[in-house]
Design a protein around this ligand. Sequence first.
Ligand code: SF4
Ligand code: FES
Length: 256
Amino acid sequence: MAAIAPQTLEEKPVAVESQSKSITLRISKFNPKTESNRNFVDFTIPYKKWTTVLDAILVVKENFDHSVGVRYSCRQSSCGSCGMKINGKPALACYTKISELNSNTITVEPMDNFPIIRDLVVSFERMFSAHKKLKPYIISEDSEITKDTKEFLQTPEDVEKYLQFSNCIKCGLCNSACPTMATDSSFIGPQALAQAYRYVADNRDKGKNDRLKIIDDSHGIWRCHFAGSCSKVCPKGVDPAMAIQLLRGYLLGFRK
Ligand code: SF4
Ligand code: FES
């Protein structure tokens, strides 16, 4: 890995508001199709109290290097696109304020445990295929709406059982933080397991046995070592480590 001489906004006459503080933004650059090593390129970027890491990357794209590969969409921690490693930890770039990192250098890298497509962009193929395998939708006997179909009422207690798990935005931070994902390329992963629990815990759903059969595997739920790092990094308050323990309760006969 090589570091290239820093570029600063002062060196180029660009239309960016004058700001009082600046940081070094160190961006990992790598195209696996044409390069064999990752490079880090440094940029000096001004920032304000509310400037996010994504804002700073977009300043680089606009003013210094249009080629920086970064995936984003909503810019409000809803779409799950902008996950990356920020100063060594998986986080959403649009939700991470520079002022809260307490560091003069901010290093951004692609998330671990995902193949790199380019620079900060990774492939979600493995995660989405595991997610799909676990049937992430309500499985119901009366899938057809007829004139006799009635509203399915749930109590607040019924909803509480799965509500936090339904907040998943599929950002992949949990899979990136998981040590088992790093060592077992067939492990189904905390994201998919948390979503399996989300539907198993929903009393409208009748797919529990199907899903339990899929996860009851040496590369499924039993492969989790309960490191708990998945739950620590989730930006939406989902607790995949707890979901995994609750699912194990069904398989071990402690829960019905
Ligand atoms: S459980 Fe949390 S960290 Fe994992 S994909 Fe969903 S929102 Fe992201
Ligand atoms: S851009 Fe949508 S979550 Fe960050």
